[in-house]
Design a protein around this ligand. Structure first.
Ligand SMILES: NC(=O)c1ccc[n+]([C@@H]2O[C@H](COP(=O)([O-])OP(=O)(O)OC[C@H]3O[C@@H](n4cnc5c(N)ncnc54)[C@H](O)[C@@H]3O)[C@@H](O)[C@H]2O)c1
Length: 476
């Protein structure tokens, strides 16, 4: 965050929370219980590296245990701190409640820049941090289940899972101690793409409602919409790629850490990603204009702005200059509370983080269930579906043979129909269903209540109501 007069990330989340509870009829004690972060564990641990001992600082915050396990990613970034993990843990509570994954909220991180360390060193740092959390039950399939976040991915999750297994050799559910693992280590198809895929499904759902599209001052479908995206990491890359290749969006600007590239006729996301991988920068991407001040890319004319990197990037400094009609928060907390006020006043529609990036935790839930059930996901349903489809196809064949009509089933159709959905299709359809349902639950409040002016407040209302109901039922 650039502006000293801005609240911290956690304070920003609290301001948005308070705006919502002011419209609710909850006892003040309950409001306070939900708002506060239950506990934050800080650990300073040493690892023998590069001929000496290096000391690192790590955190795991548990915001709400109204449901267990609690869930939330582990972030590796230089500026990870207690305020940030507590804000992110709170967002996890509200996110899980909104998309109805049965978890409380948590988040963790280590204050390191992963680019400063090689793979072997990162493995030793990760295993040591995991050890510190596992021995305090802060990684455990029944209590606290991490996942990837900025700076971490499937590789780190595999190390954490292995560390847990070594320390808990008789735990048959060991694999469920962390999600976002590689497929061959108990992961699930579609987890890597899940958060970006969820952003795509969220936008598709938004554009199914012309009334909502009109509120943003837009019209028509997703096809042809001009999109600016910040961050071409896990979330940003998948979101941008799917929107470009499958929904006909025109990606006019990509903002990365060292600057931004602009191309009015549209950037090929896959090619930009390859260029970024090969050169470490977006600079010099053929057919594009490079600007050193990447943040200026956020201020370009466009229909949809997708911040998918850091928190606080839309703040009091630049909010007035943001021109996008619609902002979808793929990152957590990219808009500060002050900027949110400015944009809301101006009528910019914001699809809030707790909904927009919930695809990750949704598919993490599928992975956790798969690990606990010890069966290849969807396997039984698939056989059952196949049996039903066989009956249908036999019947159609009989109709055809009897000369009832001219129906001809192609071999290709039969193959696709009979083989039903694989794990990836099941995961995607489950995610799509979740994103549609959650959108409609926010939207109902946005449309029905005159005092609820924006989707974020509506999302908070849905979530807080559910968390409160959970506490009220189980007691404190
Ligand atoms: N990974 C997930 O499943 C997941 C789930 C929910 C939310 N999120 C949120 O999405 C955001 C991104 O996470 P990710 O997993 O994609 O991280 P990532 O580490 O894979 O990617 C982050 C990208 O942002 C870029 N970046 C860093 N600093 C930048 C800057 N100043 N300007 C522009 N780009 C910059 C990095 O180069 C990188 O390409 C975070 O807010 C995270 O909390 C991630």
């Amino acid at each position: 965050m650039n502006t000293t007069s801005e609240p911290s990330f956690r304070q920003s989340v609290d301001i948005m929370f308070n705006r919502a509870v002011a419209l609710m009829d909850l006892p003040s004690g309950m409001v306070e219980k939900i708002r506060v972060c239950n506990a934050t564990y800080t650990v300073r641990f040493g690892v023998r590296l590069r001929g000496g001992i290096q000391t690192f600082t790590g955190y795991r915050a548990v915001h709400s245990e109204h449901m267990e396990p609690v869930k939330g990613g582990i972030r590796y970034a230089g500026n990870v701190n207690q305020d940030e993990v507590e804000a992110l843990a709170a967002l996890m509570t509200y996110k899980c409640a909104l998309v109805q994954t049965p978890f409380g909220g948590s988040k963790g991180g280590v204050a390191i820049n992963p680019l400063d360390w090689n793979e072997e060193e990162l493995e030793r740092i990760t295993r040591r941090f995991a050890y510190e959390l596992i021995k305090r039950d802060m990684i455990n399939p029944a209590q606290n289940v991490p996942a990837p976040d900025m700076g971490t991915g499937a590789r780190e999750m595999a190390w954490i899972a292995d560390q847990y297994r070594r320390m808990n050799t008789t735990d048959i559910n060991a694999r469920a101690c962390v999600t976002g693992k590689p497929l061959n280590a108990g992961g699930i198809a579609g987890r890597v793409e899940a958060t970006g895929r969820g952003v795509q499904y969220a936008l598709r759902e938004f554009f199914r409602h012309p009334q909502d599209v009109a509120k943003a001052g837009l019209s028509g479908k997703l096809d042809g919409k001009r999109v600016v995206i910040q961050g071409l990491g896990n979330v940003g890359y998948h979101a941008a790629k799917f929107l470009e290749e499958q929904d006909g969006c025109c990606i006019t600007c990509i903002v990365e850490r060292d600057g931004a590239i602009i191309c009015d006729t549209g950037l090929k996301v896959e090619d930009v990603r390859n260029h970024l991988r090969e050169t470490g920068s977006v600079r010099g991407f053929p057919g594009s204009k490079f600007i050193e001040n990447g943040a200026a890319g956020l201020e370009l004319e466009c229909d949809i702005l997708i911040p998918a990197a850091l928190e606080g990037v839309i703040n009091l400094d630049n909010a007035e200059r943001i021109k996008a009609a619609l902002i979808i928060e793929a990152a957590n907390g990219p808009i500060t509370a002050g900027a949110d006020d400015i944009l809301r006043e101006r009528g910019t529609v914001i699809i809030p983080d707790m909904y927009a990036n919930a695809g990750g935790v949704t598919v993490s839930y599928f992975e956790w269930v798969k690990n606990l059930s010890h069966i290849r996901f969807g396997r039984m349903e698939r056989r059952q579906e196949e049996a039903r489809h066989e009956l249908l196809v036999d019947e159609l064949e009989k109709v055809k043979t009897a000369g009832g009509n001219n129906l001809v089933l192609s071999e290709n159709f039969k193959k696709q129909y009979l083989h039903g959905a694989g794990e990836l299709e099941l995961v995607r359809s489950g995610l799509d269903d979740t994103m549609r349902d959650a959108y409609q639950s926010m939207q109902a409040i946005w449309h029905e209540r005159a005092d609820v002016k924006d989707l974020r407040t509506a999302a908070y209302l849905v979530s807080i109501q559910r968390v409160a109901a959970s506490y009220a039922t189980m007691g404190l």
